[in-house]
Design a protein around this ligand. Structure first.
Ligand code: HEM
Length: 152
């Protein structure tokens, strides 16, 4: 999950001589967002935007319709990736996310359309600016990693 990217609870920030000896409790992104309901809202918002925004029409076109089960699996994946219950892994095993995406041609344009939807969803659903930016970064790295076509 993405705790590593967030460096949450990184003890090194607390090692200055004057720092308090009792570090603040660690929180996962899942907890910071507000748990299951908030993760569900983020994943639903993401697909709502994909379905409606002309900017994401090519991305929508490669998604098998209807997207009900994809919405569900994306929510289950996010739950674990954000540090909550590993719902996806419990049901389907390791996500092997890049391999799962190999049947689809994912180039810079597709990655940008995906991030367009996610950026909008984050803007609407995540109130705390720092958390929003950290999530944006983490999603962006994963979306980059999902590309499987050479640059144009
Ligand atoms: C970068 C551009 C991306 C494109 C074009 C893309 C495209 C797709 C498509 C077409 C599906 C449907 C697969 C199917 O029904 O067989 C899918 C499913 C999924 N995507 Fe992506 N995706 C992208 C990035 C991401 C990222 C960054 C994540 C994670 C944060 C992600 C997580 C998922 C998950 C969890 C599913 C459901 C997996 C399953 O069917 O078992 N995708 N994606």
């Amino acid at each position: 999950m993405i705790r590593k990217l967030f460096k949450i609870g990184d003890k090194s920030s607390n090692t200055a001589p004057s720092a308090p000896k009792h570090p603040t409790p660690e929180q996962t992104p899942y907890q910071m967002m507000g748990g299951a309901e908030a993760v569900r809202q983020l994943s639903d918002r993401f697909y709502d935007i994909m379905e409606q925004a002309p900017e994401a029409s090519e991305l929508l076109a490669i998604h098998p319709q209807p997207m009900d089960s994809i919405r569900e699996r994306f929510y289950e994946f996010l739950s674990g990736w954000l540090g909550g219950p590993g719902l996806f892994e419990q049901k389907y095993g390791h996500p092997r996310l890049r391999a799962r995406h190999l049947p689809f041609k994912i180039d810079d344009e597709m990655r940008d359309q995906w991030m367009f939807c996610m950026n909008r969803a984050l803007d609407i659903e995540i109130d705390t600016p720092l958390l929003r930016e950290q999530l944006r970064q983490a999603f962006s790295q994963l979306a980059d990693h999902m590309r499987n076509q050479p640059p144009a």
